[in-house]
Design a protein around this ligand. Structure first.
Ligand SMILES: [Ca+2]
Ligand SMILES: [Ca+2]
Length: 239
């Protein structure tokens, strides 16, 4: 039932102004809930913005100072989210988002959770749990998602990451634990052929083979050089 989510992520955007965000911070909760916001939805489905640093339904707990979201007889949805400015991404770099998550519901077949990454309008939302099974969530798992396309589209723009816990069986003993939320930028390794080309070790050019792959050409193959096209090279630098 964990996929009910995107709808609730949109609710966050309806009620929380998303302006003047800074870069993502405090993904390991070592500074409590600094940088994070909370929203609790009551039994009449009215959302209430709360400070997770002071609400009893958000606790940084051991081990490792992880975030624990909870519910009670008044609130059946608990959102924890951070609005931030998406870091820029240079050509040839990729970005991954990782975090640990554990779900402790009273009834996994009925209750729900979600984890999303969205643009500032909520129109473009990534379900961060799309490849995670319920059994993994119940055991506790580390999630890694390639968000390169999202980061490229929204470089230096506002974005939101949200973790939501929902009760549907009227037993609000449910808990959600998250920690170590990390955005990692890495350079995409260049194909060996391109590295050789750049090193200039006696190589004077490349040409496109029929299958679309790159072929290194030596000096003696000079006549074939007429097949060289700049776009073939650029494709490797703009994956
Ligand atoms: Ca931590
Ligand atoms: Ca429940």
């Amino acid at each position: 039932m964990k996929k009910v989510m995107v709808f609730f992520a949109l609710i966050c955007f309806l009620y929380i102004p998303n302006a003047h965000a800074s870069l993502f911070q405090n993904g390991d909760f070592e500074n409590g809930y600094e940088g994070w916001s909370g929203e609790l939805t009551d039994n009449s489905s009215t959302p209430h913005v709360v400070d997770p640093g002071t609400s009893s339904l958000y606790q940084v707990v051991s081990p490792n100072n992880q975030s624990e979201q909870g519910l009670n007889s008044t609130y059946w949805i608990n959102d924890l989210f951070q609005d931030f400015t998406m870091d820029s991404l240079a050509p040839g770099e990729k970005m991954e988002l990782s975090f640990s998550i554990k779900w402790v519901p009273s009834a996994s077949a009925q209750d729900g959770i979600s984890a999303t990454l969205s643009d500032s309008t909520g129109a473009d939302t990534i379900d961060l749990l799309s490849s995670v099974t319920d059994s993994e969530l119940l055991a506790g798992t580390n999630v890694l998602v390639d968000i390169t396309d999202f980061a490229r589209n929204y470089s230096n723009q506002d974005a939101e990451i949200a973790f939501t816990l929902m009760d549907y069986d009227l037993d609000t003993s449910d808990r959600l634990y998250v920690d170590d939320i990390t955005f990692t930028k890495t350079a995409v390794p260049l194909p060996p052929a391109v590295v050789l080309l750049l090193s200039g070790l006696g190589i004077i050019g490349i040409s496109r083979k029929r299958g679309g792959s790159i072929q290194i050409m030596q000096l003696e193959n000079l006549p074939e050089m007429q097949d060289i096209r700049g776009a073939d090279i650029l494709r490797y630098f703009s994956p």
